[in-house]
Design a protein around this ligand. Structure first.
Ligand SMILES: Cc1cc2nc3c(=O)[nH]c(=O)nc-3n(C[C@H](O)[C@H](O)[C@H](O)COP(=O)(O)OP(=O)(O)OC[C@H]3O[C@@H](n4cnc5c(N)ncnc54)[C@H](O)[C@@H]3O)c2cc1C
Length: 458
């Protein structure tokens, strides 16, 4: 048995940075990784998708070149092998960087293999038994494969296998009209495939406000993505041309036939094969590890960070989990997971930047509200760039004058939202942002204007 001061399971978005802080504090660390250094974000999530989205954006702009007075001869074609090679190179570079960092880290020993608890302070990885008084679980998640009728009879893709494609599907059916599905849908449409999105809710990304869902639907439909919502009983069956998806929507054809099907209906935590029972670590009904505000589990000496604790589903939340745990353990702080302001982006183009509550969520609090919005057609930077789809909106507590939430769907929306995020994180009233002097011409410059034009919510 090999003894360490700490064991970290998973080299995703929390584990490596935590290893860095713990070893810098003089601890010995065993870091276990069963597959790819860097985890989901680097290998099968953020990095490859955003790199491919950049290729898809280039194709889109090339098709629109004439709108800007630029003449290109002949039809735009995408070399899928080169687009994939570009993404693979960015991923490999990032993955190697994480691995090199860990292997060279003084005080850290890397174990490659599947780690499993044998008791609260013992973990087996391959043939080795490791022991430590502190164990940090950063095992992430994987695509959830729903129990749809016919799912075992057809080949289907997930976010992982989608990224292995080096050719253009003739017709991609995306089951799931939420974050992961919509990014792939627009990307593949721009690469030149026929694309159908099948979503069981009455609208896309149903947790967003209706105006945002509708604007995104318009953007996708405008590019030729077929959107089938209210698909109540989705089932799959083999078909001569690929896969037949029964959508059972209230409107339109009852089935759709695609050459390929991507299942993008959510994620599940990698906690089912971790031996959590041997350690006595509790999970919720969906397998997420239960944690307190400092990300400790019910077992003293065991923490859970990142997607596997169900308190976030993003790279920045996983990284923030590391910051919380490290600050509390090593710096004597009392940081809490509920202190963070929730924020994320959806990388359709134009992107959606989001922070805090939706308008619907804010209304459900019963608080008196001020609401402001502005279409991108009235944002000069968007007009100048020829990208006037989308809108920005903000919701404020009328009594405390604190911003409760905002959405920016438009050019650079993922960046512009940070102005609002920073004000919310600072915990100051919206007036501070309203009185700022933003740069012209930017999308951000209209945020103060929008705040000045807010109206009481009806
Ligand atoms: C298609 C897609 C696009 C995304 N895009 C974005 C985005 O743009 N922005 C964003 O913020 N988030 C994005 N995400 C989400 C983001 O990837 C995750 O939130 C993030 O990777 C979570 O990090 P993590 O450290 O919790 O887990 P992971 O990154 O999943 O890392 C967990 C690691 O643990 C390892 N592991 C698991 N079990 C064991 C075991 N028993 N023994 C040893 N090792 C184990 C795994 O191999 C993995 O390397 C995207 C996700 C997907 C699927």
């Amino acid at each position: 048995m090999r003894r360490f001061d700490a064991i970290i399971i998973g080299a995703g978005q929390s584990g490596p940075s935590l290893a860095g802080r713990l070893t810098a504090a003089g601890m010995t660390v065993a870091l276990c990784e069963r597959k790819l250094f860097g985890g989901t974000c680097v290998n099968t999530g953020c990095t490859p998708t955003k790199t491919l989205i950049a290729s898809a954006h280039a194709a889109h702009l090339a098709r629109r070149a004439a709108d800007f007075g630029v003449l290109l001869e002949g039809p735009v074609r995408v070399d899928m092998k080169r687009a994939k090679a570009r993404a693979d190179a960015v991923v490999a570079d990032s993955r190697r960087g994480v691995e090199r960092w860990l292997r060279r880290m003084e005080g850290c020993v890397v174990f490659e293999g599947h780690a499993r608890f044998e008791s609260p302070d013992r973990v087996r990885v391959g043939g080795e038994l490791l022991a430590a008084p502190r164990v940090f679980v950063n095992v992430g998640g994987r695509a959830f494969v729903p129990d749809l009728p016919g799912v075992t009879e057809v080949p289907f893709l997930t976010n992982r296998s989608m990224l292995e494609l080096d050719h253009l599907p003739e017709h991609l059916i995306v089951v799931g009209g939420s974050y992961v599905g919509l990014e792939f849908a627009q990307m593949y449409r721009r690469f030149g495939a026929e694309v159908t999105v099948v979503e069981k809710s009455p609208r896309l990304i149903a947790r967003e406000d209706e105006d945002i869902s509708e604007a995104i639907r318009e953007i996708l439909a405008g590019e030729g993505v077929e959107v089938r919502t209210s698909a109540e009983c989705i089932s799959l069956a083999p078909h001569a041309r690929g896969v037949e998806v029964s959508v059972n929507c209230r409107e339109g054809e009852p089935t759709s036939v695609g050459s390929h099907v991507l299942l993008a209906v959510g994620r599940r935590p990698n906690t089912d094969d971790l031996g959590l029972e041997a350690a006595g670590v509790e999970t919720d009904a969906r397998g997420y590890i239960k944690v307190d505000e400092g990300l400790s589990t019910n077992v003293p000496g065991v923490w859970a960070l990142g997607d596997c604790n169900g308190r976030g589903a993003f790279t920045h939340t996983a990284y923030n989990d590391f910051e919380i745990v490290a600050a509390n353990l090593l710096d004597g702080e009392q940081r809490r997971v509920s202190d963070r302001v929730p924020a994320y982006a959806l990388y359709v183009d134009p992107p959606l930047g989001r922070v805090g509550l939706t308008e619907r969520e804010a209304r459900s609090t019963g608080r008196p509200l001020l609401v402001g919005s502005r279409p991108m057609t009235r944002v000069s930077r968007a007009v100048e760039k020829g990208e006037t789809q989308g809108l920005m909106k903000v919701v404020v507590d009328a009594e405390t004058r604190r911003i409760l939430g905002a959405a920016i769907l438009g050019p650079g929306g993922d960046e512009a939202i940070h102005g609002v995020l920073d004000i919310m994180s600072a915990g100051v009233p919206y007036d501070v942002l309203e009185r700022a002097v933003p740069i012209h011409p930017t999308v951000s410059e209209l945020i103060p204007t929008m705040l000045g034009e807010m109206r009481p919510a009806q």
